[in-house]
Design a protein around this ligand. Structure first.
Ligand SMILES: NC(=O)c1ccc[n+]([C@@H]2O[C@H](COP(=O)([O-])OP(=O)(O)OC[C@H]3O[C@@H](n4cnc5c(N)ncnc54)[C@H](O)[C@@H]3O)[C@@H](O)[C@H]2O)c1
Ligand SMILES: O=C(O)C[C@H](O)C(=O)O
Length: 332
């Protein structure tokens, strides 16, 4: 059995954390042979609730959990951590766009970037979930200059899972028979869910999703809108934002960082743009990536038609705007 690793979850008394912690504790993310010490951070007002979460972790009686640190002190929370789930922040309510959360949330990611810089391991892998996730991740990394920029990513895995599940249901196949769906851009209503390069296994044949669907119009319009607005649809129904599915996606994302992607397959995550596919540099843009030895590489050489290029531009423009707004909030 390996030595335990320290894993921090921020917003640990909240909804997403409540589902996420269980996955971490039972080995779904870091593996069945990797013990963990859970560092749970929340704000002082939530320490009572967090105490209850700690009691429940004890009562899970799971052997991989070798310790729990529950705290409102970022220095203790980030001390020596090798993986960070940055969830703690305000969720949106009905009628809001995720970028409306910028003024409330971005400073949290500035402060916690500074704390990661001081206290975390330099190899820490940081997954930002709190919205607006792409821009919060950019700010978090900017304020943690001693940690490599490649170690930061933001979550668009929930969008990928939504798109994959939607296509699988429409084609009547199990969800794992659909592969290589891509989410480009921002985790917002400008994201571009793209199945142009995706395949579906139907009986014993593997077909491009576009050929299996035979409805290009749908895949370019209603499908894109449905995935772009799925988060809002969940909020309208639940009166709270998605949590169980968000936690599952966070686990999927970190598991792929830790354990790598399967040969021939890619996943989507928002990473620092290097200008690939004509995207402006220095925004956290969701690309298809492949991962080995905990390092991601953007999948290169996918052909984009004019329709796709126009979609990438819309979401990239939004990220550039968000970045400027975030920097001006942080500088004031
Ligand atoms: N990227 C995605 O796909 C995705 C999906 C779902 C939700 N989200 C976002 O995740 C975030 C959390 O959602 P939730 O449903 O768990 O919300 P929640 O309100 O249930 O929990 C958030 C927790 O964060 C804590 N918190 C606030 N400020 C903090 C700080 N400075 N340090 C530590 N903890 C702090 C709160 O006290 C609360 O316990 C929201 O911003 C939401 O919009 C992102
Ligand atoms: O939509 C939201 O605000 C929550 C989350 O980002 C989601 O996609 O469900």
């Amino acid at each position: 059995m390996a030595e335990p690793i320290k894993v921090v979850v921020t917003g640990a008394a909240g909804q997403i954390a409540y589902s996420l912690i269980y996955q971490l504790a039972k080995g779904d993310v870091f593996g069945a042979n990797q013990p963990i010490i859970l560092h749970l951070l929340d704000i002082p007002n939530m320490m009572g609730t967090l105490e209850g979460v700690v009691m429940e972790i004890e009562d899970l009686a799971l052997p991989l959990v070798r310790g729990v640190v529950a705290t409102a002190d970022p220095a203790a929370a980030f001390n020596g951590v090798e993986a960070a789930f940055m969830v703690g922040s305000m969720p949106r309510r009905q009628g809001m766009e995720r970028k409306d959360l910028l003024s409330a949330n971005v400073k949290i990611f500035k402060d916690q970037g500074e704390a990661l810089d001081k206290y975390a391991k330099k190899t820490v892998k940081v997954l930002v979930v709190g919205n607006p996730a792409n821009t919060n991740a950019l700010i978090c990394s900017k304020y943690a200059p001693s940690i490599p920029k490649e170690n930061f990513s933001a979550m668009t895995r929930l969008d990928q899972n939504r798109a994959q599940a939607h296509v699988a249901a429409k084609l009547g196949v199990p969800v794992d028979h659909v592969k290589n769906v891509i989410i480009w851009g921002n985790h917002s209503s400008t994201q571009f869910p793209d199945v142009k390069h995706a395949t579906a296994q139907i009986n014993s044949a593997t077909l491009p999703v576009y050929d299996a669907y035979k409805d290009t119009e749908y895949l370019k319009n209603d499908f894109v809108k449905t995935i772009q607005t799925r988060g809002a649809a969940v909020i309208a129904a639940r009166k709270m934002s998605s949590a169980m599915s968000a936690a599952k996606a966070a686990g999927d994302h970190m598991k792929d960082i830790w354990q790598g992607t399967k040969p021939g397959e890619w996943v989507s995550m928002a990473v620092l743009s290097d200008g690939s596919y004509g995207v402006p540099k220095d925004v956290m843009f969701s690309f298809p990536v492949q991962i080995q030895n905990k390092e991601w590489k953007i999948v290169q050489g996918l052909e984009l038609d004019d329709f796709s290029k126009s979609k990438l531009k819309i979401t990239a423009d939004e990220l550039v705007e968000e970045k400027e707004e975030a920097l001006s909030i942080c500088n004031n």
